[in-house]
Design a binder for this molecule. Sequence first.
Ligand SMILES: Nc1ncnc2c1ncn2[C@@H]1O[C@H](COP(=O)(O)OP(=O)(O)OP(=O)(O)O)[C@@H](O)[C@H]1O
Ligand SMILES: [Mg+2]
Length: 293
Amino acid sequence: MKMITVIGSMNMDLVVDTSRVPENGETILGNSFYTFPGGKGANQAVAAARLGGDVHMIACVGNDGFGTELTRNLHEEGVDTANVSYSSEKSTGIANIILSEKDNRIIVVPGANYELTPQMIEGLRDIIKMSNVVVMQLEILPETVKAVLKFCDELTIPVVMDPAPAKYFEVDMISSIRYITPNQYECEQLFGLDLDEALEMYPNQLIVTLGKDGVRYFDGEKHIHVEAIQTNAVDTTGAGDTFNGALAYAISHQYALYDAVKFANAASSLSVEKLGAQSGMPTKEEVEARLAR
Ligand SMILES: Nc1ncnc2c1ncn2[C@@H]1O[C@H](COP(=O)(O)OP(=O)(O)OP(=O)(O)O)[C@@H](O)[C@H]1O
Ligand SMILES: [Mg+2]
């Protein structure tokens, strides 16, 4: 039994590329528009499923076209979507991303993601019970995250937590989390400590991703630094999501922590080679080939 359950967000990313951002009251013509399936929950589910994981998604979308499309996308990736529910109250979550020369402006509307309630988690206990890893992020209601943590704590199911967006993290969550994977900025926001101090405070639990500098954690005796694998990065969006999905896959397959981190580090180095969060997520064969290089 190696089931991975992801409890998190599903969003449609709506990307507008424009030469400049309009002034208040002004209308301009943009250059292009794309939609991409996203949301950290869905991205991490896809990352684990590409690797061959048995992945189950618990999420909430709207009763609308985006909701259907996102669910179909997950299903096509091999993720079990039987417990993706449809809200009749709120529309599917979206991220409105405006790419202009000088900056990126992003508006996230959580919509149906915030309709996944602690009561619904209560009703899904039998599914969660079958998991040997639960993966979460902070794009759903904090009450729901806490309900899952409490339940997983009782059943000693390991939780992998990507604490993003970091402002929704609450320090008392930490005791119920097996592995927490902030990037460097999130780590500072979470603990208000410098990196070494934070790592030493949470040995074999806090795993900090450092972009092109790789990954660090503290094993209780010494600092471990897994260097990033040098590659030609085209788009680093989704690197963190690939890292978490791959870490969950490795943990669910009983890899030792060091091997799991090396595996996730190699998987995410492959993900940055292609445009889009999900398109570059590798298969297990691709990760193993890279590790053997
Ligand atoms: N340029 C790169 N080359 C190789 N590996 C990379 C590169 N960027 C990221 N990675 C890998 O991806 C992991 C996660 O990246 P990063 O620390 O940027 O996460 P993040 O800031 O959470 O990203 P995201 O925006 O996807 O949430 C890194 O620890 C590293 O293993
Ligand atoms: Mg991240």
